[in-house]
Design a protein around this ligand. Structure first.
Ligand code: 13P
Length: 258
């Protein structure tokens, strides 16, 4: 049984004081959450302070990026080890904003995935097509390439520490969510890729999150899809009430009473 994972990607938001306040409120409101695994990804400047607040709470920390080296002359970069030192259990890699704005390639992202896993960090690997690719019928090719190259050299055993996040670029920050059917179709496709690239066991056990304008009012219909195992939330994770409402999404009707 895959445990649902709800992650908040704060992106380039929150001063230190704002991040601490949000983390304190989330800790207070989500203290008893057991159904879902909870992850927040504050900006680097707030990681250590937020980690202190989240100690002894269900909230785990993620870095928003890392560099594929342990240490060295890499000005402005952070290693997986430094993220762990700041209190992170996870790192988000391959986010479309980094692919688009900073030109990150699948090969570079793969180097980061390998470095993060080797250091003992869990990885949330983001994949997703842009609008032109979807309209040109390239959706499945794009996802297949991002998965194949992004997870190159990763073993089936290491996949226990990897979460995939499907984030269609056209749905990020636009208010335009993929419908539950659209998301489910791609999630099922990704599960098939995992089977081909690794094994049935990996396909069955790997969590696949959906990201792109997830809000309290659409989380339930997304989570009702059997292949959607959680959400990577951007804008709605910046507000405690909406992130808490997403984490407390009502159980899908078909599971009620179980
Ligand atoms: O990019 C995202 C999470 O990584 C999604 O962002 P929004 O929820 O703001 O669309």
């Amino acid at each position: 049984m895959r445990k649902p994972l709800i992650a908040g990607n704060w992106k380039l938001h929150k001063t230190l004081a704002e991040a601490q306040e949000l983390a304190r409120t989330l800790k207070d409101k989500l203290q008893d959450e057991q159904r879902c695994e909870l992850v927040i990804a504050p900006p680097f400047t707030a990681l250590a302070a937020v980690a202190e607040i989240c100690r002894d709470s269900p909230l785990q920390l993620a870095g928003q990026n890392c560099y594929p080296a342990t240490e060295g002359a890499f000005t402005g970069e952070l290693s997986p080890t430094l993220l762990q030192d700041a209190g992170c259990h996870y790192v988000i890699l391959g986010h479309s904003e980094r692919r688009q704005l900073l030109g990150e390639t699948d090969t570079f992202i793969n180097a980061k995935v390998q470095a993060a896993l080797a250091a003992g960090l869990k990885v949330i690997l983001c994949v997703g097509e842009n609008l032109a690719q979807r309209e040109d019928g390239e959706l499945f090719d794009v996802i297949a390439t991002q998965m194949r190259l992004g997870l190159a050299e990763i073993t089936s055993a290491q996949m226990a520490e990897v979460v995939i996040a499907y984030e269609p670029v056209w749905a990020i920050g636009t208010g335009r969510t993929a419908s539950a059917d659209q998301a489910a179709e791609v999630h099922a496709f990704i599960r098939g890729l995992l089977q081909g690239q690794f094994s049935s066991e990996v396909s069955e056990s790997t969590r696949i999150l959906y990201g792109g304008s997830v809000k309290p009012d659409n989380i339930s219909s997304l989570m009702a899809e059997p292949d959607i195992d959680g959400a990577l939330v951007g804008g709605a994770s910046l507000d405690s009430a909406s992130f808490v409402a997403i984490a407390h999404y009502p159980r899908p009707l078909r599971l009620a009473g179980q």
